[in-house]
Design a protein around this ligand. Structure first.
Ligand code: ATP
Length: 297
């Protein structure tokens, strides 16, 4: 079993003169449910399509499960891809989709597919065009997991679903990940969904990776500091300021540091995953150790 599911080095993709992804360097370990988050147009779909071999890089390199994406039938069989809007064939029944899955995928697990459809109480004779958005997404997920890939990639699979359908979909995804020892990468705009489903996070903004790592580790190394007003540039060198906001008398910082914060003038508080994602979404690409979001109140 490969220990790295995705390794990108200086990866870039250009459409005409416009870069959709720039200088992307990533090393994602196996065994995680990885959340890829970022605003519209950040490059998420581009990265996911590069990972499954639907696009070829313009610059740099990408390896998935130790191989070149889309380079062989064997490589294609190891990676499942559920595209945006969970596409299915409207005129085909659920049973037809399973037959097609069996025909196209050498590792197809028909028992798993049928059991999953039964568990979801879906009627195999129903045409996909007559399913609800949530049911269609579940069908697409079933096709993805029954292929028995080592890595399943999903591009905004829950975007069109209501909160209950989203929860059921993510529950099914997490169960499949555990039961089948499957690594998963999914993109979403909804941090609350990522919080529930993911244990590894990548924030992509303006075609660049801003932060990537295990959720627990990211939350343990990012802190909100509140205290008397001060210049963030004078913080210890190991405290990297992600955002800074000030009132006349008070400064609030979101900092990243591996070391404990001893300065008694700060009140240190934990941050949520949403705080972390929003902070990095504000961070411009070329930051060093200087404060990156200055807000005057
Ligand atoms: N086929 C294409 N031709 C030209 N430009 C493209 C093409 N596909 C994507 N782009 C551009 O590349 C950038 C990244 O697009 P991408 O679809 O990867 O972003 P995204 O993060 O998935 O966005 P969203 O959240 O809206 O789905 C965007 O500026 C987009 O306009």
């Amino acid at each position: 079993m490969t220990t790295t599911i995705l390794k990108a080095q200086g990866l870039g993709k250009r459409y005409g003169r416009r870069w959709a992804l720039t200088d992307c360097t990533l090393d994602i370990p196996a065994g995680h449910v990885v959340g890829l988050v970022g605003p519209n147009g950040a490059g998420k779909t581009t990265l996911l399509k590069l990972a499954c071999g639907q696009l070829a890089p313009t610059a740099g390199s990408i390896e998935v499960l130790g191989g070149t994406p889309g380079s062989s039938t064997a490589q294609l069989a190891r990676v499942g891809f559920v595209a945006q809007n969970t596409p299915t064939y409207a005129g085909l029944t659920i049973a037809d989709h399973l037959k097609l899955g069996a025909k196209l995928n050498p590792g197809w697990d028909d028992t798993l597919a049928r059991e999953r459809i039964a568990r979801l109480r879906l009627d195999p004779t129903q045409r996909a065009g007559k399913l609800s958005g949530g049911q269609r997404a579940q069908l697409a997920l079933t096709l993805g997991v029954a292929k028995r890939p080592e890595l399943l990639i999903l591009d905004e699979p829950v975007a069109a679903l209501d909160p209950l359908a989203r929860r059921e979909f993510l529950q099914g995804l997490m169960e499949a990940a555990v039961e089948q020892e499957l690594s998963v990468v999914l993109s979403s705009h909804l941090v609350s969904d990522l919080e529930r489903a993911c244990d590894y996070l990548i924030v992509l903004v303006d075609s660049r990776v801003r932060v990537a790592g295990e959720v627990d580790e990211l939350l343990a190394t990012h802190h909100r500091l509140t205290g008397p007003r001060r210049d963030p540039a004078r913080l210890p060198a190991d405290q990297h300021v992600i955002t800074a906001s000030h009132t006349d008398r008070q400064t609030t910082l979101l900092v990243r540091t591996d070391a404990p914060i001893h300065d008694p003038s700060w009140t240190v508080s934990q941050i949520s995953l949403e705080d972390l994602v929003l902070a990095y979404m504000h961070e411009p690409a070329d930051t060093g150790h200087r404060p990156v979001l200055e807000v005057q109140r």
